[in-house]
Write a protein that binds this ligand. Structure first.
Ligand code: UD1
Ligand code: CA
Length: 453
């Protein structure tokens, strides 16, 4: 059966106390809305509608890469009213799956179960027995145990508030009847809103079977209304991603202390120590070791490479058997060939380091092309910026750059050249020769220190 997905995202999210519309709040490196759209997209719907309202321009702009139809809800008159805004575009013969933009962690299998029931002509809703259902609508069942209606927290009496089974938002049924039920909704409730869950009594009135699908896991159905719930969802997602990594063979020193805020791909026998953060797309080769407190964003690391504690790597491409850190910083455009060593307090930006090259301590290498087996001494700086433009430094294979050298770009150091420590090199240093720029050392014999009078 063809089907449409409607995602509700028009609410402001007052309980967040934020200038950002709620569905743009970040969770695991994406917005809440992106999570919902991505999960729904895996079902391959015939069309997907996002109902926007509060901060509509901001929402559309932030998510313009999403393949969805945008539907405006000018006034936020409730979730039922929100769905109704998308209905004119949805044909009667479609099934409709309604998702809430603030329920981000649903599983694909759960949504498939909802759709299957809708395809059979039922009204399917996702419920959950919650340890603390505060804030959720409660499922009221009749004497036979059939779902009768949903009562919102704000409309519930004391007995209803004790019901543990909550409505979690998602719902699916056929478009024809849904259109009819939505049009029949009233707003005679404490919030003066048209509630989507009120389609339940309308369906029952027409003899339609209402199926409650009970979610297996509480965290899957968690709604995100405030900062505390956002943090809880983040924790739940962190656990899911850590478990997934371990299932695929990664060794995590502590699965409670890793944050994957993007896509992390690991080879075999990868070891990740505690408190590491992975953002964007990160690919780790076989047997890569990541030390504690490391941040890696958009990088690829070759086999057997080791990253030591407290290093920050962003936009770098790193070969096999490389050693990085502790306390190293790789910035975008850093390309390290195999067996490179980049040690403590070394920063590399937009530079290539050839195989076996070592910069073990305290250096800045920016906009440089460095050959193979080069030794970069401690305190070496590429002076790549003249205040207006950036310039390149080129260093040939097997060069030796003495400690505390300033390389004033544009400048070239030939292959096999040696630079004496403390030099300021602003002209070409020829291949194979010793070049140094330094005042002559002198000794004043017999000189005496002043004495206190
Ligand atoms: C809603 C459900 C409640 C359920 C809970 C699960 C209703 C009336 N209540 O309550 O039964 O237990 O979710 O998380 O449906 N929205 C619009 N337009 C509107 C109002 C809301 O698009 O006019 C969107 C919001 O942006 C949000 C979603 O609908 O993404 C839910 O709205 P929210 O106000 O958070 O409803 P809850 O009080 O959480
Ligand atoms: Ca909500």
């Amino acid at each position: 059966m063809p089907f449409s997905v409607v995602i509700l995202a028009a609410g402001q999210g007052k309980r967040m106390h934020s200038d950002l519309p709620k569905v743009l709040q970040p969770l695991g490196g994406r917005t809440l809305l992106e999570h919902v759209v991505a999960t729904a997209a895996t079902l391959k719907p015939d069309a997907m509608y996002v109902v926007y309202g509060h901060g509509g321009e901001q929402v559309q702009k932030a998510l313009k890469h999403l393949d969805v139809h945008w539907v405006q809800q000018a006034e936020q008159l409730g979730t039922g009213h929100a769905v109704l805004q998308a209905m004119p575009q949805i044909p009667d013969e479609h099934a409709v799956l309604v998702l809430y933009g603030d329920v981000p962690l649903l599983r694909v299998a759960t949504l498939q179960a909802l759709l299957a029931a809708a395809t059979r002509g039922e009204l399917a809703m996702l419920t959950a027995k919650l340890s603390d259902p505060t804030g959720y609508g409660r499922i009221v069942r009749d004497a036979e145990g059939q779902v009768a209606r949903v009562v919102e927290q704000k409309d519930a009496n004391a007995a209803e508030l004790r019901i543990a089974e909550a409505s979690t938002g998602p719902l699916a049924c056929q478009a024809g009847p849904l259109r009819r039920w939505l049009k029949s909704l009233g707003n005679d409730n404490t919030q003066k809103e048209y509630y989507l869950p009120d389609v339940v009594p309308a369906a029952i009135g027409e003899g339609v079977l209402v199926t409650a699908i009970l979610a297996a896991d509480e965290s899957e159905v968690a709604g995100v209304n405030d900062r505390t719930q956002l943090a809880a969802a983040e924790r739940a997602l962190r656990r899911v991603r850590a478990a997934d990594l371990m299932q695929r063979g990664a060794i995590l020193r502590d699965p409670e202390r890793i944050d994957v805020r993007g896509e992390l791909e690991c080879g075999r026998d990868v070891v990740i120590d505690i408190n590491c953060i992975f953002e964007g797309r990160v690919k780790l080769g076989h047997r890569v070791h990541i030390g504690p407190h490391v941040l890696i964003r958009d990088c690829e690391l070759g086999d057997d490479t080791e990253v030591y504690a407290n290093s920050v790597l962003e936009g770098a491409s790193i070969g096999a058997r490389v050693r990085i850190g502790p306390f190293a910083r790789l910035r975008p455009g850093a390309a390290l060939a195999e067996e490179v060593h980049v040690g403590n307090f070394v920063e590399v930006k937009n530079s290539r380091l050839g195989a076996g090259t070592k910069a073990n301590h305290l250096a800045y290498l920016g906009d440089a092309e460095i050959g193979k087996q080069v030794n970069v001494g401690a305190g070496t700086i590429t002076c790549n910026y003249d205040g207006a433009n950036k310039h390149r430094t080129v260093i040939g294979d097997d060069a030796f750059i003495g400690s505390n050298t300033s390389l004033v770009a544009p400048v070239t150091v030939g292959a096999g050249a040696t630079i004496g420590a403390g030099s300021v090199i602003s002209k070409e240093a020829p291949a194979g020769e010793l070049t140094l720029e330094r005042a002559q050392q002198k000794t004043v014999t017999g000189w005496k220190r002043p004495r206190r009078k």
